[in-house]
Design a protein around this ligand. Structure first.
Ligand SMILES: [Zn+2]
Length: 159
């Protein structure tokens, strides 16, 4: 069974790779490379997969999940300029892809259990653009910004 809880946060970001020229950043990210940044009303859907507890009938305590999302997602990101206020986005380009991966990294350790696990993170940057992230099975524990994470920085920033 999969249960999903949704939270929203509003944040600013700018998509730039510092070592690249202005022209190259504009080519890759378009208007999203504007150094002054721009905002989105992000929507995150966090899905857990598991079996309902025989006694409580719940896959996970929904109050606990709400508190966890407020602590790990809303508090650090809401009304922030991600590049300046929300590490690792001072080092990692805050594309939708990278934000989804970071939300997974923050939440996953809290959601592991004998009868349930984090199934996916869906992050909407706009109503028309979202990413789904199911964890990285091949991950060797690389820090964000190295290896694959760095390559995904080349991903498009939508708007
Ligand atoms: Zn954007």
């Amino acid at each position: 069974m999969i249960i999903t809880r949704k939270v929203e946060f509003s944040a600013s970001h700018v998509c730039r790779i510092p070592r690249l020229s202005e022209e190259e950043n504009r080519r890759i990210y378009g208007a999203s490379a504007n150094p002054n940044g721009h905002g989105h009303n992000y929507v995150v859907e966090v899905s857990l997969e598991g079996e309902p507890d025989a006694v409580t009938g719940m896959v996970f305590d929904l109050k606990e999940l709400k508190d966890l999302l407020n602590r790990e997602v809303v508090a650090p990101y809401d009304h922030r300029f991600l590049n300046y206020e929300a590490p690792p986005f001072d080092q990692v380009v805050p594309t939708t892809e990278n934000i989804a991966r970071e939300i997974w990294r923050r939440l996953e350790p809290h959601l592991r259990g004998a009868t349930r696990r984090l199934h996916s993170i869906r992050l909407y940057e706009t109503p028309d653009l979202f990413v789904d992230y199911f964890g990285d099975e091949q991950s060797s524990g690389e820090a964000p910004g190295s290896g694959e994470a760095a390559r995904s920085n080349e991903a498009k920033c939508s708007a």
